[in-house]
Design a protein around this ligand. Structure first.
Ligand code: HEM
Length: 476
């Protein structure tokens, strides 16, 4: 009897599920026919092609998921990942169109779990006129003149300070993260490395882990820990902001992002401390993994390409020799590093940690003869364009020399584009160049063990790139 009931129950369940699946498929196919979505497959109901995407990125190949679909459907295709139908673009022109139409046809789109970590007043989540205003404030804080007149000296000093303690075996990825965090904290809040900043960094690393886990508080300890750490980071930064407000009332002036935020008070918008803290956290998040991963991967690519390393060394030894007894780099030195910029470009082209960005269509949008319906999720893959053979010859090979013959190609967008183009792009370039300069003029190194590049859940080397460093005694 019980068995019979169970059988009927499971039959009922199977029939219901099949009906749901049938209707889901029917709805999707019907809406596709009506709207002419880009071709593709939406895989299994609900799950879509999520598992194919995850397993593809666990390989050493940078773009297996996109490559397979581009060859089948073309460079703009439809898939269904992470619970939602998504249009993927591996086409440079389409990507530029999408990014440039931010706020008009598309808007940035982050899941709620990310918003909990970066804070609701983060630049990443702002929209409309407030976004425009805060984006341009961030740009003006990180432009070439400010970097030249104020930040370069600190970037140079803090990089050297970190390198002073390097000896024997180091985990380059960890060291690069420490450097990047210290640089950002100095630029945002004028805080030099100390016990407080190191504690903040530890909390902050827990927050970052939250970006790369299943964001369900009940299921994921990592996500829960990240949310708690975010609260502690907020509390610590709140104290700093409060203290700085009091200092400002006493007439103390500082030259950092917080001062720029205070100065922009008094216009039509007055920022509360909670908003300022969210804003600062989002800048810390945006610059941290991006710059430190690029530093690490540049060193890995150079190590694997000795001729490029030799040419870079020559460039920096020359700068070093011209500086005489002075160790600190100046703006003119930064401006005389053409091959370094080739190395930075090539690293960003080959393995940008920001493989692409998500957007949502805010109206029906016609692209390349297809219609992307209002509300659809869109992924503009920057990396797929960078790795397309039609855009770059021998696209999957590390070849910094290619940049000696091309300047600013339209299909190269490591920092995104349009109104949300990375406001930290120049700052990142300077930090990378100064780091490479001091590394190369002070040390020789070799990998401590075999390590490989992986792309899931994020672009990194599997073992955080352990190397053995040895002083070169060229100076510094
Ligand atoms: C190699 C280093 C870096 C790379 C590859 C990178 C890449 C990017 C990309 C692709 C975007 C566009 C996101 C989108 O369109 O939704 C972006 C946005 C952003 N980046 Fe960077 N970034 C780097 C370093 C930095 C640094 C050092 C800072 C800090 C000053 C920073 C701050 C930001 C912010 C605040 C945004 C959000 C802009 C907005 O939504 O308006 N980035 N970055």
């Amino acid at each position: 009897m019980i068995t019979m009931e169970l059988f009927s129950l499971s039959l009922l369940f199977t029939v219901s599920l099949s009906t749901i699946i049938f209707f889901l498929f029917r709805t999707t196919t019907a809406s596709r026919r009506k709207t002419r979505l880009p071709p593709g497959s939406i895989g299994l109901p609900l799950i879509g092609e999520t598992f194919q995407l995850i397993s593809a990125y666990k390989t050493e190949n940078p773009e297996p998921f996109i490559d397979a679909r581009v060859s089948k459907y073309g460079s703009v295709f439809t898939t269904h990942v992470f619970g939602e139908r998504t249009v993927f673009s591996a086409d440079g022109e389409t990507n530029r169109f999408i990014l440039q139409n931010e706020g008009r046809l598309f808007e940035s789109s982050y899941p709620g779990s990310i918003a909990n970590l970066v804070g609701k007043h983060s630049l990443l989540l702002m929209r409309g006129s407030l976004h425009r205003r805060m984006h341009s404030l961030t740009m003006s804080f990180a432009n070439s003149t400010i970097i030249k007149d104020h930040f370069l000296v600190d970037i140079d000093r803090l990089v050297r300070l970190n390198l002073d303690s390097w000896t024997g075996r180091i985990l380059l990825m960890e060291e690069a993260k420490k450097i990047t965090f210290e640089l950002t904290l100095k630029q945002l809040l004028s805080i030099d490395p100390c016990e407080w900043s190191e504690n903040l960094r530890k909390e902050y690393m827990l927050v970052i882990e939250g970006f790369f886990c299943i964001p369900l508080p009940f299921f994921s300890l990592t996500y829960r820990r990240a949310i708690q750490a975010r609260k502690r980071v907020t509390e610590a930064l709140n104290l700093v902001v409060g203290e700085r407000r009091r200092e400002r009332e006493r007439g103390v002036k500082k030259n950092d992002m917080l001062a720029a935020l205070f100065d922009s008070d008094g216009g039509d918008v007055v920022f509360h401390d909670e908003e300022i803290v969210d804003f600062l956290v989002s800048l810390l998040v945006a610059g941290y993994d991006t710059t430190s991963t690029t530093m690490t991967l540049a060193v890995k690519f150079l190590t694997d390409t000795p001729s490029a390393l030799a040419q870079l060394q020559e460039e920096h030894d020359k700068i070093r020799a011209n500086r005489g007894t002075s160790v600190a780099l100046e703006w003119d030195d930064y401006k005389s590093m053409p091959f370094t910029q080739c190395v930075v470009n090539e690293t960003l082209r080959l393995s940008n940690i920001i493989s692409g960005v998500f957007r949502r269509a805010i109206t029906d949008v016609k692209i390349k003869g297809y219609t992307i319906p209002k509300g659809s999720k869109v992924f503009t893959s920057l990396r797929a364009v960078h790795l397309g053979q039609e855009n770059f010859k021998d696209a999957r090979v590390f070849d910094p020399w290619r940049w000696q013959n091309i300047s600013d190609p339209i299909n190269f967008m490591p920092f995104g584009g349009g109104p949300r183009k990375c406001p930290g792009h120049e700052l990142a370039r300077v930090a990378l160049s100064v780091f490479l300069h001091h590394l190369i003029t002070r040390f020789s190194w070799k990998p401590a063990e075999e390590d490989k590049l992986v792309f899931f859940p994020t672009t990194r080397t599997q073992k955080r790139y352990p190397i053995i460093v040895e002083c070169r005694n060229v100076g510094g």
